[in-house]
Design a protein around this ligand. Structure first.
Ligand code: ZN
Length: 110
């Protein structure tokens, strides 16, 4: 089961994955609503069992959540954003995330 969450006000907030499918995530909408009331969503975070690259489904999600997407797989963390709704651009994850948040997201997929 993939793990998922949001970075809000510089902090990682893990969300329950309510997707019934392996290899997918769907953040619990109630938890998301409660979390977004607390502040600004700065990134979407989830884990992969496979390569830390956005799936086709992730790219659809990136059109909705127009913030960086951080993917963690076996302790490897990468970040991406969608440019013009089309091109996936890799971001420098180390400069994107505070060290303590980066460390938490590494552990999420280990
Ligand atoms: Zn994904």
């Amino acid at each position: 089961m993939e793990r998922c969450g949001l970075i809000i006000n510089g902090k990682f907030v893990e969300m329950r994955n309510v997707s019934g499918d392996e290899g997918e995530f769907l953040m619990d909408p109630v938890e998301v609503l409660n979390a977004v009331r607390e502040g600004t969503v700065e990134a979407v975070v989830h884990t992969h069992d496979g390569a830390p690259l956005p799936s086709n489904r992730d790219i659809i999600g990136m059109r909705i959540w127009r913030v960086p997407w951080v993917i963690s797989s076996h302790g490897l963390v990468r970040a991406f954003s969608l440019v013009d709704g089309l091109s996936v651009l890799e971001l420098d994850v180390k400069s994107l995330l505070p060290q303590e948040v980066y460390d938490l997201i590494v552990k999420l997929s280990q």
